[in-house]
Design a protein around this ligand. Structure first.
Ligand SMILES: Nc1ncnc2c1ncn2[C@@H]1O[C@H](COP(=O)(O)OP(=O)(O)O)[C@@H](O)[C@H]1O
Ligand SMILES: Cc1ncc(COP(=O)(O)OP(=O)(O)O)c(N)n1
Length: 277
């Protein structure tokens, strides 16, 4: 029997279970890969907001990464909440030391409730240390604006911002459309270093149950890359996964509830996502 594909998430813990490490591991499990983790930060968090942020000592981050590197055949890695420049530097050094490829960088910066998940002075470390190692980076619109230093109001702005982000060395960028103003469509835009681009479109689901959408999407992308899918194939599955997770809601908690990670396996999603070149 072929060994199950092994993946690593280097990210923060969300006590509420909808985002961060918890969302990543659930998504990995649903997509049939074996998830391992290196926890960067512990957050005290629920559907109503972030109540506390407790960074791990960098030595603990390094020790977790090296324990995984010593024993697992990691096929893809994703990063999530990294919080400060020291943790970013340790993460980048670990990825290089272990020669890991298929790096998905989810540049987590601000939680839906407004809490800071990345210190402002860490932005430069993300640009210079992590982006050059990444196969793909998946900013939402505010994150793409921060990374590129440009405002995004329309598709032309989005393309210019994507080009600016690629200039930091990422092989591809996906600017996710969850924060766009379009009330009907949720559209993600992908551009790679060869100038190839496409968009992924779905119906926008009218819901408050959106906590952890970005983590879940990037974890699904990581799982599919580990299984050997091409970037466009992996992105289509990730978009179908999050569409199902948003459609079949769980209604947990009083605030922004978590998405339903089990929905993709339970419900048909064929045709829910349009790939437009
Ligand atoms: N209301 C929605 N309906 C359908 N898809 C959505 C909705 N909100 C976000 N998405 C999708 O979820 C994924 C994460 O996007 P986004 O919410 O922008 O990221 P983040 O959680 O990092 O802010 C993207 O594929 C986006 O298109
Ligand atoms: C520990 C932790 N990591 C990441 C996030 C942000 O996740 P995201 O998927 O962007 O979802 P929202 O915060 O926007 O709901 C987080 N909250 N906690």
């Amino acid at each position: 029997m072929a060994a199950i594909k092994q993946v690593l998430t280097i990210a923060g813990s969300d006590s509420g279970g909808g985002a961060g490490i918890q969302a990543d591991i659930k998504t990995f499990q649903e997509l049939g890969v074996f998830g391992t983790s290196a926890i960067t930060v512990v957050t005290a968090q629920n559907t109503c907001g972030v109540h506390g942020v407790y960074p791990m000592p960098v030595g603990a981050v390094k020790a977790q990464i090296d324990a995984i590197g010593a024993d697992f055949a990691i096929k893809a890695v994703k990063t999530g909440m990294l919080f400060d420049a020291e943790i970013i530097a340790e993460t980048a050094a670990g990825i290089e030391r272990h020669g890991w490829h298929n790096l998905v960088v989810d540049p987590v910066m601000i939680a839906k409730g407004g809490a800071t998940l990345l210190q402002e002075e860490a932005l430069e470390a993300m640009r210079t240390l992590l982006l050059p190692l990444s196969a793909v980076i998946t900013p939402n619109i505010p994150e793409a604006e921060m990374l590129s230093g440009m405002e995004i109001h329309d598709a032309a702005d989005r393309k210019r911002a994507a080009e600016a982000i690629l200039a930091f060395g990422a092989k591809a960028v996906v600017i996710k459309g969850g924060h766009a103003n379009n009330p009907l469509i949720a559209e993600d835009y992908c551009l790679d270093q060869n100038g190839e681009s496409f968009v992924l479109r779905s119906v926008r689901i009218q819901t408050q149950q959106t906590h952890g959408t970005g983590c879940t999407f990037s974890a699904a992308l990581t799982a599919e890359l580990a299984k050997g899918q091409t970037l466009p194939e992996a992105l289509v599955t990730a978009k179908r996964f999050i569409q199902a997770a948003l459609t079949h809601q769980l209604h947990i908690g009083a605030g922004h509830g978590p998405t339903n990670h089990a929905a993709f396996r339970q419900f048909t999603t064929e045709g829910d996502v349009q790939f437009v070149q």
